[in-house]
Design a protein around this ligand. Sequence first.
Ligand code: NAD
Ligand code: AHE
Ligand code: ZN
Length: 369
Amino acid sequence: MKVKAAVAYESGKPLSIETVELEGPSAGEVMVEIKASGVCHTDAYTLSGKDPEGLFPAILGHEGAGIVVEVGEGVTSVKPGDHVIPLYTPECRSCEYCLSLKTNLCQAIRTTQGRGVMPDGTSRFSIDNQMLHHYMGTSTFSNYTVLPEIAVAKIREDAPFDKVCYIGCGVTTGVGAVINTAKVEPGANVVVFGLGGIGLNVIQAARMVGANMIVGVDLNPNKKALAEKFGMTHFVNPKEVEGDLVPYLVDLTKGGADYSFECIGNVNIMRQALECCHKGWGVSVIIGVAGAGQEISTRPFQLVTGRVWKGSAFGGARGRTDVPKIVDWYMQGKINIDDLITHVMPIEQINDAFELMHKGESIRSVVTF
Ligand code: NAD
Ligand code: AHE
Ligand code: ZN
C-alpha cells in the first residue's frame, strides 16, 4: 500500500516527505498505523552520519504510538484495533538474554534490526522499486509501519497517542535508568548532566523515588526553570563555575554524587560524570550515545576506589512488560509528560523539529499524521 513517510536519503540532509510503498506484514509481523512520533536526539545522531549503524536511504523514528491494522500469520499477542507502542528494544521472552532476567537487551532480532531489515532479511519499505531501510526496527516517521510482533507493547486505549509516544523512548529511558539501572534509593544525592528530553525524565524519576539533592548540569540556562519544576534542587552551568567542574560538584554534594547520569552523549562529560561520584560507592550511568570512534577514559584508580561505571539502554526496561505500566503511571498522573512536549507539528514539518532540537529550543517535538 502507499504510505506517507519522511525519508532520510542521505546523512546531513533534511528529511523528504514522500509517498512510499509498504508491503503487508509477513508471518510474525504486524502493521501499525502510527498516529504520533517523538523526535529523539538519537534520530538526529543517526541522520548526522555519526552512527556506525546508520544506513541510507532510511525511514527514521523510534518513539511512536499507534493502532494495529493488520497482523501476519501466527501473531497471537495483538489484534487489529489494539493500541500499541513500537519497541526498538523488543522482548521475545525466549532468547538467552530475556531468560537471563539480567538484561532488557533481547537479542532475538538485533542483527537484522542493525542492518535495517526485518527478521527475514528484507525491507517492507520501497520507493520507485528502490529499497528503503527500516530504522531501529521501528521506522515511526511513517503513517504506517511494519514491526515484528515481539517489538510492540499493547497499551490501554484511553491513552493519548501524541503524549504516550514519548514513552517509546525518552520517558522510559530516563525513568528506567533511575529505577531499573541505578536503583536510586530515597535520600540519595543525584547529579544529572544534560537537561533535555532524557535528563528531565531522570530528574522526575529521581524526585519520584525520594532523592535528596538533584543537581542538574547544563550549558543552556533556559533549561533551569523546567528542570526545577520537575524536581531539580540545584542548577549548575559549567560556564559559570570557576575552576574544575568535578571538585565543584563533589563539594556541592558533600563528598560526591551517590548516582550520576550522563544524558548528553559527550565522552568528556561522561568522565566528569564518573569522577564527580562519591568515593567508595558512587554509580555513574551513561545514557548518552557518542559518535563512531569516540572512547571514554578515566584513571583506573577511579574504579579501584569504588566508583562504578554503568550504561543503560531504554532504561533497562522490558518493553512488552514495562511500557504498559509506564503508560498507566502517566494516566494516573504519577509522571508528567505534557510539560515536556514543547512542540507538536504535522509530519510535513518534521525538519523544524530537528532544527528546534539543534537550537536548544525544544524538549520534545512530536510529529502527528
Ligand atoms: P537533548 O538534545 O534534548 O538534550 C541534551 C542536553 O544536553 C541539552 O539540554 C543541551 O543543552 C545539553 N548539553 C549539551 N552539551 C552539553 C555540555 N557539554 N555540558 C552540559 N550540557 C550539555 O537530547 P536527548 O533527547 O535528551 O538525548 C540525550 C542523549 O541520550 C543523546 O545522546 C541521545 O542519543 C541519548 N539517548 C540514549 C538512549 C539510551 O537508551 N541509552 C535513549 C534515548 C536517547
Ligand atoms: N547504532 C548506535 C547505537 C546507539 C544506541 O546505543 N542506541 C540505544 C538506544 S538510543 C535511543 O534513543 C540502544 O538501545 N542501544 C542498545 C542497542 O542494542 O543498540 C551506535 O552508536 O552504534
Ligand atoms: Zn530515542
